[in-house]
Design a protein around this ligand. Structure first.
Ligand code: HEM
Length: 151
């Protein structure tokens, strides 16, 4: 067990840090030849929605569940995208660079955050193989990620 009392949300620097992370990451995604076509319908609200999702996952405010459709809606956003493993790995590579640029120089914190992304991108890839409109059932509440991984 890790003996750190603050949440990952607090440790990364709160919503402002997550907004910076999301911004830096999507700038890189949209400039990347392998990923840009996947994000053809991208809008800037995406950057904010991802920051709000991450805040909730990392133990901060529950804005995604309260106002953006929660876990079910997050999963539904990825239906039909047919994400390949090559695309998932590039996503991870660009996110690793963004984490190194935007998050505090704290090795354990960065490792936990990247472990969440590794876990989450595998789920996104899985769901993306199902067609748009697929009934996902009840996926349960938004997952929480802490100093010991999935809570
Ligand atoms: C932990 C991993 C991931 C998280 C937390 C995440 C988060 C999100 C969120 C919150 C949305 C909804 C955005 C909105 O409401 O505007 C979304 C949509 C989307 N995601 Fe992900 N995602 C992840 C992995 C991936 C991967 C691996 C890919 C592709 C390589 C991907 C591609 C997309 C696309 C194309 C959309 C729809 C974009 C749009 O048109 O707005 N995501 N994602």
């Amino acid at each position: 067990m890790t003996e750190r009392s603050e949440t990952l949300f607090e440790a990364v620097g709160g919503i402002d840090a997550l907004r910076r992370l999301s911004n830096t990451f999507y700038d890189a995604v949209l400039a990347d030849p392998l990923l840009a076509p996947v994000f053809a319908d991208f809008s800037r609200t995406h950057v904010e929605h991802v920051a709000v999702w991450l805040a909730e996952v990392f133990g901060g405010p529950t804005g995604f569940t309260d106002g953006l459709g929660g876990h079910q809606s997050l999963l539904r956003s990825h239906l039909g995208l047919s994400i390949t493993e090559e695309q998932r790995l590039r996503w991870m590579e660009l996110m690793t660079t963004a984490v190194e640029k935007e998050l505090p120089d704290d090795e354990l914190l960065r490792r936990r955050v990247l472990e969440y992304f590794d876990w989450g991108t595998a789920i996104a890839r899985d769901v993306s193989a199902d067609p748009v409109g697929q009934d996902l059932g009840d996926p349960g509440p938004t997952p929480r990620w802490g100093w010991d991984g999935l809570a």
